[in-house]
Ligand binder design. Structure first.
Ligand code: SAM
Length: 225
C-alpha cells in the first residue's frame, strides 16, 4: 500500500542529487553559480521505462522522471538506467524513476509551472463506471497537472482502449487550461513517434496489430492568470 514508500513533503525536499548525480556534483552549489536544473518531463505510470530511455538522447540536457506505483517495476527501471549509464558513459544521466502514487503526490514533487512535458502512455483503463474515479486523467487531476505545467507545455496521452481515449480527449477538451494541438504540429513533433513505439505496452499493442488513440494538448493561460 501507499504507506510503504517515502513521500517528499514538498518539491524542495526531493533530493535530485540521488537521481541525477552527474548534474549535482558534491563540490557544486557555491555562490554566483547557475541555478540548479529542475525536472522538466514527467512520465506518469512509466511502467518499464521505455519512453524515458527513448527520450533521454533526444533531450540530453533535460531532466526527466518516471513515476511508477509498482515497487518491483520501479526497481527494474532503476537498474535498467544504472546499467545504461554504466555501458554508455556520459549518457542516460538525465533520466530517473520514483516509486509513488501519481494520483496523490504530483504536487509534492513539482512546483507551479515546473513541467514542460507530461506523458500518460497506455494508462490502466478502469472500465467500470464506478472505477472511472481511478483514471489518471480526470477533471480534478487535470487541475493539478495544469498547476505543475508551464504555460505552453504539452500533455501527451495515448491508449489502445478507444473508450479511454475518448474519455481522456473529452476531459482535456472540457478543461479551460488545455487546448488541442493541430495535427500538423503533432506530426512534426519528434516525441510523438515514441508514444506508439518506445514503451513496452506500445510494443505489445503494435505486435498485436492494435489501434491507438492519442490526445495531445497544450497548457494555455487564462486572461486572469
Ligand atoms: N506507460 C507504460 C507503457 O506504456 O508501457 C506502462 C503502462 S501500464 C498499462 C500502466 C502503469 O501505470 C503500470 O505500470 C501501473 O503500475 C502504473 N500506475 C497505475 N496507477 C498508478 C498511479 N496511481 N501512480 C503511478 N503509477 C501508476
Amino acid at each position: 500500500s501507499d504507506s510503504h514508500f517515502p513521500v517528499p513533503v514538498s518539491p524542495d525536499e526531493v533530493d535530485l542529487s540521488q537521481h541525477y548525480p552527474r548534474y549535482f556534483p558534491a563540490d557544486k552549489g557555491g555562490e554566483g553559480e547557475e541555478p540548479p536544473p529542475r525536472i522538466r518531463f514527467a512520465d506518469v505510470g512509466c511502467g518499464f521505462g521505455g519512453l524515458l530511455v527513448g527520450l533521454s538522447p533526444l533531450f540530453p540536457d533535460t531532466l526527466m522522471i518516471g513515476m511508477e506505483l509498482r515497487d518491483k517495476v520501479t526497481e527494474y527501471v532503476k537498474e535498467r538506467i544504472l546499467a545504461l549509464r554504466a555501458s554508455n558513459p556520459g549518457h542516460y544521466d538525465n533520466i530517473s524513476v520514483v516509486r509513488t502514487n501519481s494520483m496523490k503526490y504530483i504536487p509534492n514533487y513539482f512546483r507551479k509551472a515546473q513541467i514542460t512535458k507530461m506523458f500518460f502512455l497506455f494508462p490502466d483503463p478502469h472500465f467500470k463506471e464506478k472505477n472511472h474515479r481511478r483514471r489518471v486523467i480526470s477533471m480534478q487531476l487535470l487541475d493539478e497537472y495544469a498547476y505543475v505545467m508551464e504555460v505552453g507545455g504539452i500533455i501527451y496521452t495515448i491508449t489502445d482502449v478507444e473508450e479511454l481515449g475518448e474519455w481522456m480527449r473529452s476531459c482535456l477538451e472540457k478543461h479551460p487550461l488545455f487546448e488541442a494541438i493541430l495535427e500538423e504540429e503533432i506530426n512534426a513533433d519528434p516525441v510523438v513517434k515514441l508514444l506508439s513505439t518506445a514503451t513496452e505496452e506500445s510494443q505489445k499493442v503494435a505486435r498485436n496489430g492494435g489501434q491507438t488513440f492519442h490526445a495531445i494538448f497544450r497548457r494555455i493561460s487564462l486572461q486572469e492568470e
